[in-house]
Design a protein around this ligand. Structure first.
Ligand code: ATP
Length: 215
């Protein structure tokens, strides 16, 4: 995201890729306008939040008219740097890592896993989903031009690898390990613990049953 958009609140920024995906679909269907109600139903964000988010983008929908799809799309493309591909490395080609390599991330946005690393000799030299797997010892050799890393290694390996990634000037880490990693404040870490998310969902289902209304 560029400097111009630094004033967008983080919670709004996190919803941008969600909006982008939906608006992109509408655009490919040839739709010119979308109302906040339609958007709200599709992306499951309440329409007041959508209106507030969109006001940060300078997109002012008119009552009964909605938002201009073309305008929104060009805004999202620019803001999310969709015109530029972000090169990603994946570290740890186990079950989860393999699934990510086979998943086509470029379908909806311009991020591309260019290279993967693993410590196990049997994986080295293979290609999964078109991505070559190198030995973790060769990380520094192949990390040039990569700005984001996905961590799918065992928890105990996470911090050591993070330290090497930081030294290699990586800017962002998507951490799928249960380990909380420490990095300098110039590096952004997003932590996704699938087991915790699942547990939280089950807890919420038990203790906060939904009444069928959108929040
Ligand atoms: P997952 O947790 O993704 O389901 P798994 O159960 O198959 O994976 P894990 O033990 O979690 O296996 O390891 C994930 C992958 O990380 C394995 O392919 C393993 O070889 C690799 N790995 C382990 N230690 C390191 C390390 N220090 N550097 C790079 N890769 C590593």
């Amino acid at each position: 995201m560029d400097i111009e958009n630094a004033k967008i609140p983080q919670a709004t920024a996190k919803r941008l890729p969600l909006y982008y995906r939906f608006i992109n679909n509408l655009h490919s269907q040839g739709k010119m306008r979308v109302s906040s109600k339609e958007l709200s139903e599709a992306v499951k964000v309440d329409s007041a939040t959508i209106r507030r988010d969109f006001s940060y983008f300078g997109a002012l929908g008119k009552k009964g008219y909605g938002y201009n799809v073309e305008y929104l799309l060009s805004f999202f493309r620019k803001t999310l740097d969709q015109d530029e591909t972000t090169n990603v490395a994946l570290i740890g080609v186990g079950n989860l890592g393999t699934a990510f390599l086979n998943y086509n991330f470029t379908k909806n946005n311009n991020t591309k896993i260019q290279i993967a690393f693993d410590a196990s000799d049997d994986r080295i030299g293979d290609t999964v989903g078109g991505v070559p797997i190198k030995h973790i010892d060769e990380l520094e050799e192949y990390i040039d031009g990569i700005s984001v890393a996905i961590l799918t290694v065992p928890a105990q390996a996470a911090q050591g690898i993070a330290d090497r990634l930081v030294k290699a000037n990586i800017s962002g880490v998507l951490n799928f390990t249960p380990a909380r990693i420490t990095v300098p404040s110039s590096v952004r870490v997003h932590h996704i613990d699938l087991a915790v998310e699942l547990q939280a969902l089950v807890y919420f289902l038990k203790h906060y049953p939904l009444d069928g209304e959108l929040e």
